[in-house]
Ligand binder design. Sequence first.
Ligand code: PGA
Length: 267
Amino acid sequence: MRTPLIAGNWKMNTLRAGAVALARAVREGAPADGVEVVLCPPFVHLGAVGEVLRGSRVRLGGQDCHEKPEGAFTGSVSAPMLVDAGATDVIVGHSERRHALGEPDALVGFKTRAALDARLAPIVCVGETIEERKAGSSEAVVLRQLDAALAHVRPAEAPRLSLAYEPVWAIGTGVVATPREIVPMHAALRARLDALWGADRAGAIRILYGGSVNAKNADEILALAGVDGALVGGASLTSEGFLAIVEAARKGGASAASRVSRGEGTR
Ligand code: PGA
């Protein structure tokens, strides 16, 4: 049974005062159990947001990390720096970096490795563009991205990973993928993980959905077979919206647990 994970990706939003206020409200409203919560503020707010979250169950994450631990890489932030700032988690391979900044699949694999070396929990993002979906190659693209992202992960490290399936056309657009798009993709990702590492090890890996998740659609999305949480962008920028999604995950997780205890399975 996987505890659901809800990660808020604030992207390039918030100034310091707003970031602190948002983190405080999430900390105060987050439930005591049944769901894990991670906030990923802009790098410059990690220290301030980390102060707010210190001693709480809400974790701190980076939105990206460099593939090297240090060096002459102007403007970049390394995984050890994130840890030093109090982070426990990091997003890697977000489509906005893959597409807007041209980060290739192989680089995501090196970043995943760097995150693990620093003892961060990577949230590895994969997802197809609308052109790739129309061409019928969604699954091939997503599995190719997955294989590259995991190329340097050792089997024993598998349980520290999470994945996020984020169709590019659903991110920030208000268009949510349908259950018929989400469920088979999550099943394909799960099958690949099982094939790679065996169901025992891979079973701990959570597969999140991301792309226009909000307070209104969260119940339905988080109840889908194979969806173990959400990576939330726009709707993570208000505490009310984000906490409603967190609560939907907690409720969904609780009902999945009771289905397991009644022997009905989770997938
Ligand atoms: P969105 O972004 O929720 O605003 O669509 C999700 C993401 O990019 O992680």
